[in-house]
Ligand binder design. Structure first.
Ligand code: NAD
Length: 249
């Protein structure tokens, strides 16, 4: 194991209170396309057209027409080694929570208990007219799908461009950032605000920042693990286990 992983493991054990902020990159190895990295969805589609609330209100079929290119359906994907490693870190008492920008539900499927979904979840689909909620996979078909009760247009409970973040989730995410001692920032290009500001908030309050990304997104972090999340995070779990058992014996 190289010393970089030894150092990060030591930091996480000593500082305790670790929080993870995850983005699309953490789910890339589960087969879900990222948005901005090479080959990402926004190379093919303009997010201002296909993922804005303004356009959705005028023409919801635009969003629904590319939905299959992004996530076919909620049950099609499985957590990868990165999600599983984060769940393991929580079980070990090292990780306090996962703040995720992802909407795919894979952290929860992997077994993480404290997950803050700042951009909502595709598991829930709401009628914009009567507010009836459908839970995947029990969702009407269609482009766009319509509510079986009132005929209103259905929209996933996810944040589109131009929409506010769910206030409770944002507040919880900010609290986690304020009180953590280490923030793992994993697989995010840090382009989407306010989530992208959370590492800065953590940094201002004395946390160390560890970035896990195949391409560096944060120029000035304390540690950069430049590997796929599904490789880096299990390595980190192994190293923490090794060092914890040394300190117990
Ligand atoms: P992004 O698409 O802007 O950036 C992805 C980042 O992941 C890049 O920095 C890339 O270098 C990195 N990456 C790619 N593969 C990786 C891997 N195997 N291991 C580690 N890093 C890897 O994603 P973002 O910053 O999360 O912002 C996009 C927005 O789109 C978010 O708000 C999110 O809600 C949404 N989104 C969600 C999903 C999902 O739920 N799975 C997928 C795409 C986009």
């Amino acid at each position: 194991m190289d010393t970089l992983y030894e150092d990060v493991a030591k930091l996480m054990i000593e500082r305790k209170r670790c929080v993870a902020l995850t983005g699309a990159g953490v789910s890339a190895e589960s087969g879900i396309s990222t948005f901005r990295s090479r080959g990402g969805l926004w190379e093919k589609y303009d997010p201002a057209v296909y993922a804005s609330i303004e356009v959705f209100r005028r023409d919801p079929s635009k969003y629904w027409s590319i939905r299959g290119d992004f996530i076919r359906d909620y049950d099609s994907y499985q957590p990868n080694n990165a999600h599983l490693a984060l769940a393991e870190l929580e079980k070990m008492g090292i990780l306090q929570s996962v703040v995720t920008q992802n909407i795919d539900g894979l952290h929860t499927k992997a077994g993480s208990k404290r997950v803050i979904e700042v951009h909502g979840t595709i598991r829930e689909i709401n009628c914009l007219k009567c507010r009836k909620q459908y839970i995947a996979p029990h969702v009407p078909e269609g482009t766009p799908p319509y509510c079986e009760s009132c005929g209103g247009v259905l929209k996933p409970n996810t944040v589109l461009f131009g929409e506010q973040l769910p206030p409770d989730a944002l507040m919880n995410a900010q609290n986690e950032s304020l009180i953590c001692n280490v923030m793992l920032v994993i697989g995010t290009s840090a382009n989407v605000y306010p989530a992208a500001a959370l590492p800065e908030l953590a940094l201002q309050h004395g946390a160390a920042i560890v970035e896990v990304n195949i391409e560096r997104a944060f120029p000035s972090v304390d540690y950069y693990l430049g590997e796929k999340a599904g490789t880096a995070l299990p390595k980190l779990v192994d190293e923490i286990r090794k060092q914890s058992s040394y300190s117990i014996s």
